[in-house]
Design a protein around this ligand. Structure first.
Ligand code: GCW
Length: 674
């Protein structure tokens, strides 16, 4: 159950739509010599057959009722005068009359654009939208829309909660699992155009010839769907698989080794996307081991890729325990002096927040702070800190909270989205990455609702202006094929779900208070670990008098890393949004919240509210028993029960732990947790 994701074509129920579709659509006309157009046509034929029960045969010539896939370059010859977006991935879908024939025209500069247009057209049918007068024109705002798989070569997945890795390295390159194709279809249907196959904590083996042959097999399978393959490169690969004595980026042999390696890769995979690098972070090797900078490290790889038009994605997720500095400040401190020193094909990949994919974080101060460097945002789809695959968390609101944040880098309106789409600083490359939540579970993502995060990531990467409501609504419709009132109920659950998790895990700006190492469940008491920045007490700083991390000018002064307008707001306890309160401020338990209640009472109430909200989700879901597929209903019902238990555990643990420090009674009316 759930294998088909949002491409869950089912016979349409609305007679008006059925009548219109079967009346208007008779055949498909496309270039059968092109593999991308072939897969587009096949997808439409399959979808149309299931949705309407009728065939959509391919026709060599155009006829009335044809769905016509035509590249822009072919429009002129047929005297079709239509404006196609000036973006290789963009497309139009239009009902037009050509030579007295009424057709649905899908046109783009590229074959991939035709595939994207076809998927968008299928979506119209799935959503039972009218075709008469159809007139859609779309192009993506961000160029590289990439999934990052944290998949190890032994098929375990770091922070993966949906089974093992999809990539069956053992049977590659000879055997192409149908799943690879379905993975590519799903990605193409939402415009994802790149995939980093292996974990950023990389094994250098992936760059040996034997493994590259396997990578090539995947790249060949994905190519018709417009998905480029990228690899995470371990910085010390020249030593580990290249027999060199050093990986010093300024050493000539090392530079030559990377060039030779890139040449070898591009011989096998001419459209290879490039490398992703995690260096000098959490024990990974990097240029600093040789007294060099991140720019030296990034540029040596970038220069090997440049002749082949590859890109180098260099992660800014760096922090070190040895540095006596607020962890939240370290990436900014290390990277801002390097702005302007990276080669042109380097992109710096920045997590949405400065700590680590928490249920809620203020946006990373590096957004807007590297105007001379193209910045990618890195979002996490896999729920490392949001209850893994037992919690229902729809993450579009979290992603948008970051993308919509105003950095004020160039005055009001300098949103994170405008930093990463390149428009704020005039970059001609742009990208966004999502840490994948995909594994070999039958339903791909573990929790049935986790699929919505794969979907939402693709949609927002394409167009970050879409609302979380719109994305949820179409995902529900396509996934569950529900009626309007069921859709409404599920949508409400989804839209509330992330805030609910914040309530019972880390309300009011609390962060990083989960269990040690695996990060599952509460652990606000975690202390005495080898690294202070891997404990919880480091982050909540609770004592008899109060709680919170002082990042204001009287504390670590992390607020000063933001542009002045933002810094001022975060720095002043009276203007700091309460959702970030304890992220930036250390306050007495008696501090008065906007509601008039004390900070202590407010914290406790959030924990209780979170549990209540899970109960509400359970009630809503129970009421939908006859409305959604029985197996999926049962699955989600069980998971919600587990989530409820986890929410209670979080609430009780955190309330009792913090109470042992504050010594304060529970607010009136709340029963003591056991
Ligand atoms: O927060 C940490 C995760 C690690 C991960 C790291 C990173 C891949 O717990 O598992 O390593 O982030 O993003 O590099």
């Amino acid at each position: 159950q759930g294998y088909n994701l949002w491409l869950n074509y089912q016979k349409l129920t609305d007679p008006v739509s059925l009548k219109e579709y079967t009346g208007l659509l008779k055949s498909i006309h496309f270039d059968s010599n092109n593999s991308t157009q072939q897969v587009a046509a096949k997808e439409l034929q399959n979808a149309f057959g299931i949705l309407t029960g009728k065939d959509l045969p391919s026709n060599r010539s155009m006829e009335s009722g044809s769905v016509v896939l035509l590249k822009e370059s072919a429009l002129k010859a047929l005297q079709i005068n239509q404006q196609v977006p000036d973006n290789a991935d963009g497309f139009i879908i239009k009902q037009v009359t050509v030579q007295n024939k009424q057709i649905i025209l899908i046109s783009s500069q590229s074959d991939i654009g035709l595939l994207y247009g076809t998927f968008a057209f299928i979506k119209q049918l799935q959503l039972q939208k009218r075709l008469t007068g159809l007139n859609i024109s779309e192009s993506p705002k961000i160029q590289h829309r990439i999934l990052n798989h944290w998949d190890n070569l032994n098929r375990t997945v770091e922070r993966g909660y949906a089974g093992f890795s999809l990539w069956n390295w053992h049977t590659l390159p000879g055997y192409i699992d149908k799943r690879y194709i379905d993975y590519a279809r799903a990605n193409a249907s939402v415009g994802i155009n790149g995939t980093v196959l292996n974990n950023v904590n990389a094994n250098s083996l992936i760059l040996t010839h034997e493994w590259l042959l396997k990578v090539k097999a995947l790249a060949d399978a994905f190519r018709p769907y417009g998905i480029k393959v990228y690899l995470s490169a371990r910085f010390t690969s020249p030593i580990e698989i290249g027999k060199l004595k050093t990986a010093d980026p300024l050493n000539e042999d090392v530079a030559q080794w990377w060039k030779d390696k890139a040449n070898e890769i591009y011989k096998l995979i001419p459209d290879f996307g490039g490398f992703l690098v995690k260096a000098n972070s959490e024990g990974q090797p990097g240029p600093q081991d040789y007294g060099r900078t991140h720019t030296d490290g990034a540029n040596v790889l970038a220069r090997a890729l440049a002749p082949h038009q590859g890109i180098l994605m260099y992660r800014a997720f760096v922090y070190a325990n040895e540095i006596p500095e607020d962890r939240a400040k370290q990436a900014y401190n290390e990277f801002t002096p390097l702005d302007g020193k990276f080669d042109k094909n380097v992109m710096v990949q920045v997590k949405n927040g400065a700590i680590d994919f928490q249920p809620r974080e203020p946006f990373h101060p590096l957004f807007g702070a590297l105007p001379k460097t193209p910045i990618m945002a890195e979002l996490q789809l896999t729920q490392e800190y949001l209850g893994m695959s037992t919690n229902l968390a729809y993450l579009s609101p979290l992603f948008k909270e970051c993308l919509d944040s105003d950095t004020y880098a160039k005055g009001k309106g300098s949103t994170v989205a405008k930093v990463i789409d390149g428009s704020l600083d005039g970059h001609n490359i742009s990208g966004i990455a999502g840490v994948a939540n995909i594994g070999n579970d039958i339903n791909w993502c573990g929790h049935p609702f986790a699929q919505s995060n794969w979907y939402a990531f693709g949609k927002l990467a394409w167009n970050y202006s879409l609302s979380s409501e719109e994305i949820a609504s179409e995902w529900i419709k396509m996934t569950f094929n529900t009626d309007a009132s069921t859709l409404q109920a599920i949508s409400q659950m989804m839209l509330q779900s992330r805030e609910t998790i914040v309530n019972y895990m880390t309300p009011l700006g609390l962060h990083h208070i989960m269990s040690w190492s695996h990060h599952y469940g509460p652990g606000p008491w975690i202390k005495d670990k080898p690294r202070a920045d891997w404990t919880s007490v480091y982050y909540h700083q609770a004592d008899k008098n109060g709680i919170g991390f002082d990042r204001t000018s009287s504390g670590s002064n992390a607020t000063a890393q933001y542009f002045p307008e933002v810094a001022k707001i975060f720095n002043d306890v009276n203007t700091c949004p309460e959702k970030y309160l304890l992220w930036f401020h250390h306050l007495p338990w008696s501090y008065k919240l906007k509601s008039g209640e004390s900070l202590w009472d407010g914290i406790v109430k959030h924990y209780y509210l979170g549990v209540k909200e899970v109960e509400q989700m359970q009630n809503t879901w129970d009421s939908l028993a006859s409305k959604v597929d029985g197996d999926i209903h049962l699955q989600v019902k069980q998971l919600l029960k587990v989530q409820h238990e986890e929410a209670i555990l979080w609430r009780n643990s955190c309330v009792l732990y913090f109470q042992s420090i504050s010594g304060l009674p529970l607010p009136k009316g709340l029963s003591k947790p056991e």
